[in-house]
Structure formats: C-alpha cells, structure tokens
Design a protein around this ligand. Structure first.
Ligand code: UD1
Length: 432
C-alpha cells in the first residue's frame, strides 16, 4: 500500500497548473451515456474516480479510449445495458449520475447505491423525488436503485436543499424527456454549470445553470462533439491553502478566479496575499508573517465550499488565536481531527463546529487519510510540520488529486512515495 512521506518545514516556491475539475468530469463521463455519437472530452484529470467510471462504463458497452494523456474519446452509441456493475459503483460517489443518465437514455436504470467518501450518511432522496416527478417509479432493493419509466415528462420541482448531486442527476434524466423541466432551488456550483455546458454542446437545451432556477427543454437526441472541462476549483483552493500554510510564493495557473472568490477571501483573511490575474493567481506569505485566526462557515456556492473545509483547518492549526469552523452542508465532516491532533494540533469538535486553537508548531507523525479531503488536510499539515509525517491510505487522496506528489515536488516540497511493505517505518524512510 502506497504512503506519502513528507519532511515538513520548507516554504513553497514555483508554479503549478491545475487539472480538470474532478466534480465536473465525474458528471460529464456518465452524461456521455445520453449521447449517441463520439464525445471528445479534453482536460480530463488522471484520477482514480475517472478510472473507476471508465471501467464501469466499458462493462456496459461504452467504447472509451485516450487520444492523448488528457483527452478522452467516449462513444456510448453501442451501450445496450442499463445495469451498472454493482461492486464497481460502490467504489465512488459519482456513480449515482449513472442513474439519471441511464434513466434518461433507456427509461430504465439499475445502479447500486453509491460509495465514495463516507464521512457521513449521504442519502439520495432528493434525486429520487426528482426522477419520480419526471414519471419514473423508483425503489431500492438489495442495495440497488431500480428506476423505470414508461415515459419521462418534464415537470417543475423545488429542491429541499440546493444539492449538487440531485441538481445534476435530474438534469441528466430530463434532457431527453418530453417537454420542460424546471428545477428551483438548484445548486449553482461551477461543476454543475460545466456539466450543463457539456450537455448543451451535445445538443441539449438547458438554461439557467449557475442560477437557482434551471430550465431544461427536452430534446429527442444528443449528438457527439468536443468539450473541455473546467479547471478544478478545489485543487486551486488546496494549493492556495498549502502556500498560505507553508509560506513562500506559488503561482497557480489555469484557474477561473471567479470560482475562487470565497476561498481567496478566507486565504487573505489568514494573512496571505492573493494576487489575481486573468487565468492565474499568485498566493504568497512571508514565513515571518504570522497566520491569523479566521472563522469559516461552509455554504453552497457561491459560499465557502465544504470541500475546502479541512484544508482551512490545517492552515489554521498554526494561526495566532482561535478559529471557528462551522460545517453546514454535511452533519459531520471532521474525519481529519484525530489525525491532526497526533501532529500536535489543538482541535475540538462540538456538533457541526470545529474549534481550532492555534499552536506554535506541528510535529510529524504517522497518520491516516480517512477520506479524500481529510487526507489532503494531512498533506498540508505535513508540509509545515517539524520532522517527518507518514500518511497512509493515500488512495483516498488520489481519488481526487492528479499528480499531487509531482506538483508538490515542483514547488520544492520534500515528499516521497513509499511502498508500505518496502519501507515500513518513518524513521527509516529517506527523504529525497
Ligand atoms: C457533491 C460533491 C462533493 C461536495 C458536495 C457539496 C460531487 C461528485 N460531489 O456531493 O464533493 O462536497 O457536493 O458541495 O460533485 N442531501 C440529502 N438528500 C439528497 C441529496 C443530498 O439529504 O438526496 C444532503 C446531503 O446529505 C448533504 C447536502 O444535502 O447534507 C448536500 O449534498 P449534495 O450537494 O447533494 O452533495 P453530493 O452531491 O453528495
């Protein structure tokens, strides 16, 4: 099993270029099921979640190949099965998008309940209500979502919460339905807009993505085409938090600064400087400038993203004073707390609030990534900790970050990937 071994205490200097958005690509690949024709998808990140989706869809008859390192060719013309492989779908959250896509194309879907990061129970009742509003009958039997519709007819619906997954899934089921579907209180996240833009590029008629009312006029079929995925908002925020935490000066290329406004505001409040340009930003903090306490509350977009909550916590571990982090999207998302405590952080969780008392220093320890974002917070903490940190279960981190180690190395970080069996202990690990 792979581990990261990080020797902390070095500021970060240099440039990184962002990969394509994880939460966009994991919606766009299932969306290709709706298309009879060839989709060329550019800027595809090479992450575990993409590989898992690729495998599930190939088993259903999709013809998928890489044109180059970042360009995927997907042809779902010959997909004949509306049954997704049960074991494979349990490995990632975004497999739930296959329900909407298969239902939209075949009027039937059989997809196991999704897996992915399990920091909290993640129901799909809003998705199901949406499918039912379009005319489908949906049940869950033996862990499999069974959705069938004689026909799908556009309908108006108001989401109880602007759920990302429900907004996208209903869009997927509605693009080939008859008539007009209106989703009110829809999610507005950049990746929702990206998935809508992809579908429109293939002939769908979706209006209003990015606002809280999305209107989808059903069309009879989608055609092939070419589409480039947006850069990853959360990867950008992660490098911003890493630069602010470790100090130094990092240029982050291929960003959409508008997507980063809420993150930039908090990074600046922590005492770092964020300079914005057309498609890149520079984050810097002099190592002698103290990190300031910041209160953070997660909210749906354009608020501060829950997917950046753990990275902020890692940054604030060394702030002067007490920071309060309030998580409002998920009931519990503090899987990193015990691990950061091993490194000397002073964190207390009370319900959906994490209180971070700043400490002067963090110290390296053997820690475990409990999920994707919990794992990346340990990487940030390790970059600033004194001594060596060994992070296990990095497969979670690699679900969502492409070439993380290479990118960190290019910024001057001291990171090494080791094999569990080959190099078992921290003390023996030699850092290159
Ligand atoms: C997506 C993102 C994830 C991000 C999250 C919030 C993907 C693949 N994943 O997850 O990275 O952290 O948005 O920005 O894009 N809820 C229900 N019933 C439902 C659906 C959601 O109660 O049917 C609740 C959830 O439990 C949660 C809240 O609504 O409390 C928001 O969840 P949602 O926006 O749907 O998140 P995901 O789509 O799971």
């Amino acid at each position: 099993m792979k581990k990261y071994v990080i020797s902390g205490g070095k500021p970060l200097y240099g440039e990184v270029s962002l990969s394509g958005g994880k939460n966009a690509v994991v919606g766009i690949i299932p969306a290709t099921v709706l298309v009879k024709g060839v989709c060329i998808i550019e800027n595809v990140p090479n992450i575990n979640d993409v590989r898992e989706l690729y495998e599930i869809m190939e088993k259903m008859g999709a013809d998928i190949s890489y044109i180059d390192e970042k360009t995927l060719r997907v042809d779902c013309t010959n997909v004949v099965s509306y049954v997704a492989d049960y074991d494979a779908v349990r490995r990632l959250r975004a497999s739930y998008y296959l329900i909407g896509a298969l239902l939209g194309r075949f009027r039937h879907a059989r997809v196991g309940l999704p897996g992915g990061c399990s920091f909290v129970e993640r129901p799909i009742d809003y998705h199901i209500k949406g499918f039912e509003a379009l005319g489908a009958k949906v049940s869950i039997e033996h862990g499999i979502v069974i959705a069938d519709a004689e026909k799908l007819e556009g309908a108006s619906m108001n989401l109880d919460f602007p759920s990302v997954g429900a907004t996208v899934n209903i869009m997927l089921a509605a693009v080939l339905a008859d008539g007009l579907t209106v989703i009110e209180n829809a999610g507005k996240e950049p990746h929702i807009v990206d998935i809508a833009n992809f579908l429109n590029a293939m002939g769908a008629q979706i209006k209003g993505a990015g606002t809280d009312v999305i209107k989808i006029r059903g069309v009879s079929e989608l055609h092939g085409g070419r589409y480039e995925i947006i850069p990853d908002q959360i990867e950008a925020g992660t490098f911003m938090a890493a630069a602010a935490a470790a100090g130094g000066r990092v240029t982050i290329r291929n960003v959409i600064p508008k997507h980063l406004e809420s993150i930039s505001a908090k990074i600046e409040a922590s005492g770092a400087t964020v300079e914005e340009f057309d498609d890149y930003i520079i984050v810097s903090r002099d190592e002698n400038t103290p990190i300031k306490k910041v209160n953070v509350k997660t909210l749906p977009y354009p608020g501060f993203p829950t997917d950046m909550q753990s990275q902020m916590a890692a940054l604030l571990c060394r702030a002067q004073g007490t920071s309060i982090i309030t998580e409002t999207i998920f009931s519990y998302r503090f899987q990193y707390v015990d691990e950061l405590r091993r490194m000397g952080a002073n964190l207390t969780v009370d319900g959906n609030v994490c209180i971070v008392e700043g400490v002067e220093k963090l110290t390296g320890a053997a820690v475990k990534a409990e999920d994707l974002r919990a794992g990346i917070s340990l990487v940030i903490a390790a970059l600033v900790a004194e001594g060596i940190t060994e992070i296990s279960e990095v497969r979670f981190i690699e679900r969502g970050y492409e070439n993380l180690v290479d990118k960190l190395l290019s910024l001057g970080a001291n990171v090494k990937v080791v094999d569990d069996e080959a190099e078992p202990t921290v003390s023996e690990a030699k850092i290159s």
